[in-house]
Design a protein around this ligand. Sequence first.
Ligand code: COA
Length: 371
Amino acid sequence: MTVTKGLEGIVATTSSISSIIDDTLTYVGYDIDDLAENATFEEVIYLLWHRRLPNKEELKELTAQLAENMDVPKEVLDHFKTFPIQSVHPMAALRSAISNLGLYDAEADVMDKEANYKKAIRLQAQISTIVTAFARIRKGLEPVSPKKDLSFAANFLYMLSGKDPSAIEEEAFNKALVLHADHELNASTFTARVCVATLSDVYSGITAAIGALKGPLHGGANEAVMKMLTEIGSVENVESYVKNKLDNKEKIMGFGHRVYRNGDPRAKHLRAMSEKLTKLTGQSQYYEMSVKIEELVTSQKPLPPNVDFYSASVYHSLGIDHDLFTPIFAVSRTSGWLAHILEQYDNNRLIRPRAEYTGPGMQKYVPVDER
Ligand code: COA
């Protein structure tokens, strides 16, 4: 047996959804740079689920289906009121809410292709409502119902704040959703696939994936980056902060990647958005601090920024609470998780690797009184 720690470099499945080859990320063969500049999140969802871009009619149909399915059973939202709502992290609340959502779907365990596709639409639509409703309920505000004529990106911002977003806010948020939608066999997607490969249901797969995304080495890094920027406070403090972290061999959140070696292609789009939005909202210090951190880290270590680094200041500029950054990642990545779950069902085999045993050799049971 050869053990590969962290499964680095192990190819665990075939997939026709997204690829990372030579530091280029593609969704179904479309370069992420192309999609980030041109595509709507709805088009990307269709692309990931059908492996082709939709025509006008197909896009209209999917957009309408998403808008029609955004309402969430009242019981799921009421359940938030039983949580320790002031202290619970929104990712933990989201994980519970998605699990709960499955209880109110009569088709949760119907496993045919059509039923699973319909569940995918419902889940993708409802996760947006759940995150925004939680954010409001914990502030003592009523959830805002979605508007059927808004895009997915605009609807999220509208349900969060109760106000129609500006064109630039919608554009920025749409771009962030496109950039986070899928990423080959990342930890949460692998988790989702392992879960449903037992032929468990879609809700279990997404709940498991949310649990994996929550960690700071994965999706939780964007919130950790904002915490770091807040802690640093101003550009003058960056140098000593970075030195201190690197001297103490501590990780700087938002840097490094298991697969990319020369840089995460998504980061530059978020960096450009961060510059634009922080300027617009009079908070350029967050962009300037980020740039300085990047300069210092990359001049000393081969660690380019990843997707989470500049997304932090982008979401902050949109006025979003910092602990909602990772749930937003989940809203977007649900599209990729669902694509992978459906792909797994289509060509399933139980995922069950082995472990090399390192414990003691054979032992004889000793009754408790004699131990
Ligand atoms: N800051 C400082 N050093 C870092 C680092 C970071 N963000 N990321 C990796 N390193 C260093 C490690 O300390 C290690 O150094 P060593 O060999 O001297 O011990 C080396 O680089 C390899 O790191 P490792 O954690 O083993 O790489 P990995 O492939 O297992 O992990 C990440 C990849 C993404 C988990 C890792 O880079 C990380 O923890 N980054 C910060 C969290 C983050 O931004 N996550 C979001 C990913 S999109």
